[in-house]
Design a protein around this ligand. Sequence first.
Ligand code: NDP
Ligand code: GDP
Length: 322
Amino acid sequence: MAKTALITGVTGQDGAYLSELLLNKGYKVVGAERRTSTRNRQRLDELNISDDIVFTDFDLADQGNMERTLETHQPDEVYNLAAQSFVALSFEQPVMTGDITGLAVARLLEAIRTVNPKIRFYQASTSEMFGKVQAVPQDETTPFYPRSPYGVAKLYAHWITANYRESYGLLACSGILFNHESPLRGVEFVTRKITLAVARIKHGLQKELRLGNLDAKRDWGYAKEYVEGMYLMQQQETPSDYVLATGETHTVGEFVEAAFTAADLAWRDYVVIDPAFVRPAEVDLLLGNPGKAKRELKWAPKTAFRELVALMVEADLKRVDR
Ligand code: NDP
Ligand code: GDP
């Protein structure tokens, strides 16, 4: 019998790649999407998989809706990828972020506990929980120190997942994923903002690129590879938490330089520093150690930094050309 996976946040970057992966593995994929006034399935359409997904209306704000969704679809595995996922917005909307990114995970775990405690659960945890880092590199044992309402909300979600695993024996795990990017990344995140701007500048559609802090360092990997790690975590007999990262860190400035160079442009001619994009508190350095995932999941990142930048620039050049 084919397994059924329910993916919240199916319309997002990771939801799209994870759907593709699980469909290829023969899963029935139930795509839990929130209702908005306009449909938002571009990423799934881009991967040409919208017709293969069974969609269901779902909102992280609504407990009853969660329980009915689980009752109706009886999933074997739930991947909770939905969230208010943008750090900068979380400073503007901290309460909504706390509810949707944090507390909602307790709602979902409660629903699983009520409907069927055998359902396997994956929580999308984040390196933003390390924030003002207490050790370099960061792994599963590094103490947390979040630096944004987003990081704080995700930390609640992380611990409530561990708590339901320990209290009720739920098969719940968290992937502590470092930044992962792709041509499907949201345009408000710095990597995609840069690669799209490079493509538009190259085609004469934009004159400058306004950015905030170029000194922040991130451990950037390729999203398509990170969803494989999520799947592998759900296949472990005993659920546990895992860091997924590349083990390399680069500044935003290096990303800028690599992206402009990939399109034969000189970044200094176009980049303008704009304080509007500087955050009230910054995460200066993220560098992950994926050793546990390598050992136990046999997972390893393959795409190197410059390769990732180049493939994102190339995809945006093609898009803008079209
Ligand atoms: P995206 O921002 O691309 O996707 C977020 C998804 O959540 C969208 O499908 C969005 O729906 C959905 N969503 C938001 N609010 C609600 C709601 N109230 N009810 C139901 N669905 C909702 O994120 P990514 O794919 O990049 O990331 C996936 C997860 O992993 C997120 O939880 C993120 O915080 C986390 N993460 C991401 C990292 C990264 O580098 N990408 C790093 C570490 C963790 P809609 O399309 O309607 O907006
Ligand atoms: P985050 O790591 O989840 O916050 O991912 P982002 O892609 O949003 O930001 C990565 C880093 O880029 C952060 O340190 C930001 O402060 C920095 N940054 C600099 N300029 C910008 C910008 O214009 N937009 C965004 N999103 N980030 C920026």
